[in-house]
Ligand binder design. Structure first.
Ligand SMILES: *[C@@H]1O[C@H](CO)[C@@H](O)[C@H](O)[C@H]1NC(C)=O
Ligand SMILES: *[C@@H]1O[C@H](CO)[C@@H](O)[C@H](O)[C@H]1NC(C)=O
Ligand SMILES: *[C@@H]1O[C@H](CO)[C@@H](O)[C@H](O)[C@H]1NC(C)=O
Ligand SMILES: *[C@@H]1O[C@H](CO)[C@@H](O)[C@H](O)[C@H]1NC(C)=O
Length: 269
């Protein structure tokens, strides 16, 4: 009897060593922080035989400095830190490696999307959509104000909002509609007012950030970013450079991208 009991005990001891599962690493799939907030994520490991080495990397950011601790800490996070972080682990005895990843999501107060002008223009008697376009996470709630009063949908105005964009439609523009509208965007982190100026069509804004993208001994390609169009279709042309650049263009491959440069209302060159 006692010999049989002894054999069973040995058998059990063997089983626990033989049947270890594979090394696993586990991190929460998501960490949501507010801009300038702090937080950390713990990389927990199971079934390690020996000591574990940790290494955090950042997906698509090879320049990011690795972190060699179990817990990855964030403090005062900025928007550019959002992304996927990977915890790589290595068992120093078995040499086995594995990994798990986590997405850092940063929530922030809505801000203006600088691809859009805080302006709109239309002639009286027409209908116009005035756009409020923000960057925001999570998606904001919008409302519009005029002279301190909320705008509600009526025969005069229709407000529609979807995602990061809110549109105020003025059904039939009258002189009294010209002036400043306030678009307000709120999410749980905070809210901001954006002042949007509505006027009759006018002179477009100057092109911005003009620079040579390709300079060779035969010429150059210039590119500019569009400014606000003033409410009307606009044309683009280089001025004051015809003699030098067009002369060169006749005998070589010089290309000049004129479509987005030097705009003049109602005048094409
Ligand atoms: C991380 O998780 C481990 C368990 O794997 C635990 O012992 C440790 O205290 C945790 N660290 C933090 C900072 O939460
Ligand atoms: C305008 O509407 C917003 C959202 O519905 C509300 O929070 C706010 O108090 C309103 N403001 C006025 C002046 O009625
Ligand atoms: C709003 O803008 C943010 C920042 O570009 C983006 O992450 C988010 O997906 C956008 N939301 C929608 C609904 O388009
Ligand atoms: C710059 O010009 C060279 C020679 O014409 C051309 O091979 C190259 O693709 C151009 N680069 C750009 C960015 O346009």
């Amino acid at each position: 009897m006692s010999a049989k009991l002894f054999r069973q005990t040995v058998l059990l001891a063997c089983l626990t060593v033989t049947f270890t599962d594979d090394l696993t690493a586990d991190v929460d799939p998501e960490l949501i922080l507010q801009e300038l907030g702090d937080g950390d994520v713990n990389c927990t490991v199971a079934n390690a035989v020996g000591q574990v080495e940790y290494r955090w990397t950042r997906l698509s950011h090879p320049e990011w400095d690795h972190v060699y601790t179990q817990v990855l800490e964030f403090s005062q996070v900025s928007l550019d830190q959002a992304g996927v972080y990977v915890c790589e682990v290595r068992d120093t005895v078995t040499g086995k490696t594995t990994s798990d990843s986590m997405e850092l999501i940063i929530h922030y107060v809505p801000r203006w999307n600088n691809d859009y002008a805080k302006k709109a223009a239309a002639y009286t008697g027409t209908a116009v959509d005035i756009k409020c376009v923000v960057l925001s996470l999570p998606t904001p709630q919008f409302y519009w104000m005029r002279n301190g009063l909320n705008i509600t949908t009526s025969a005069e105005y229709v407000v529609t909002s979807e995602g990061n964009t809110s549109t105020l439609r003025v059904n039939n523009v009258e002189d009294t509609n010209y002036g400043d509208f306030i678009c307000r965007a709120d999410n749980y982190v905070g809210g901001r007012n954006f002042n949007i100026h509505f006027s009759p069509p006018g002179i477009p804004d100057s092109p911005r950030e003009c620079f040579a993208v390709n300079v060779t001994d035969r010429g150059a390609i210039m590119e500019c970013a569009k400014g606000w169009d003033g409410g009307e279709p606009t044309t683009f042309a280089f001025t004051g450079v015809e003699e030098t650049t067009m002369g060169a263009a006749d005998q070589s491959e010089v290309r000049i991208r004129v479509d987005e440069c030097q705009r003049r209302l109602g005048h094409s060159t």
